[in-house]
Ligand binder design. Structure first.
Ligand code: SF4
Length: 286
């Protein structure tokens, strides 16, 4: 979607985490609600499309709400949330974003994520995980370099595999090539960029793929829709067109054995730089 998003004001921007994100970070933060990439390849298997709290019955990819006061609410609630993490004896680590993409095309004009990143530079958390599918993250390199001096910054760029098309499914919002180029650019600037292969797609050439990851990124996190979509045995994803498309290319790719085989290959190419599933998102690389 490229039309103008609805503009909203929100009460809370720093949300204390539980569930999958509980061990990963203390807070999640969504600059937008809904996702402009919902009708692209990643949107097909996106677990957020199954979250009625977010969709309120609307089709995934058909709505986007821009949280115009996000940076202001961050500044205002930072002291309270920092104090809360200290009472919990935890690090104040933010995951941005788990239910949207922080860099939809509309961000170029609205600058909501951009303002948030600058606010975080003024009031730094202990850590920030910035998760995106978009090469537009490179538009923020200057701010990210300043932020990296003040917080443990890890940029996650999602590249689910080495194919731009899966049979019967829409194209990605940005090609695999463009996303690898973005990773390389971030790495060349000295930023900590990790490729998130989540959910893992069937790979054409696993060795070559992980070799490229090794050249362009600090590390890789591999996650399968089974165990990775927040439901038992990947039930949520099984309701979508993603598993059938994966199966049509490589039947074993819909099993955890396939993930484990890909993890072994990744570890042989990137020793000490491979995370798996939730522990990988939490920063555990072996
Ligand atoms: S960019 Fe992320 S939140 Fe948006 S549709 Fe894709 S996977 Fe879902």
């Amino acid at each position: 979607m490229r039309e103008a998003p609805a503009v909203v004001e929100i009460k809370e921007i720093l949300i204390r985490t539980s569930g999958f994100l509980g061990p990963v970070c203390s807070h999640s933060l969504q600059p937008y609600r809904g996702c402009a990439f919902g009708n692209s390849l990643c949107g097909v298997g996106c677990y957020v499309r199954h979250n009625p709290f977010v969709t309120k019955g609307r089709p995934w990819g058909a709505f986007l709400e821009a949280r115009l006061n996000a940076a202001r609410r961050y500044r205002e609630t930072y002291p309270r949330e920092l104090a809360w993490t200290r009472r919990q004896q935890r690090k104040f680590t933010i995951f941005c974003a788990s239910s949207t993409d922080p860099f939809p095309p509309q961000e170029r004009k609205l600058q909501i994520t951009s303002a948030l990143l600058r606010a975080m530079g003024e009031f730094p958390p202990d850590g920030l995980i910035l998760q995106t599918h978009s090469p537009d993250v490179c538009r923020e390199i200057e701010t990210l370099l300043l932020l990296a001096e003040r917080t443990a910054l890890r940029i996650h760029l999602s590249i689910e595999g080495d194919r731009d098309r899966l049979p019967g499914l829409p194209p990605p919002a940005a090609s695999v090539e463009r996303r690898f180029q973005a990773c390389r650019k971030l790495k060349e600037q000295g930023l900590n960029c990790v490729v998130t292969v989540a959910p893992l797609h069937p790979l054409q050439d696993p060795e070559q793929f992980f070799q490229r990851v090794a050249e362009c990124a600090s590390g890789v996190i591999i996650d399968h829709f089974i165990e990775g979509d927040g439901s038992l045995q990947g039930r949520r994803t099984l309701k979508t067109g993603l598993p059938a498309a994966m199966q049509a290319i490589l039947p074993e790719s819909v099993t955890l054995d396939y993930r484990d085989r890909m993890v072994d290959i990744a570890r042989s190419i990137l020793p000490g730089r491979v995370g798996v599933g939730q522990s990988g998102f939490a920063g555990d690389f072996t």
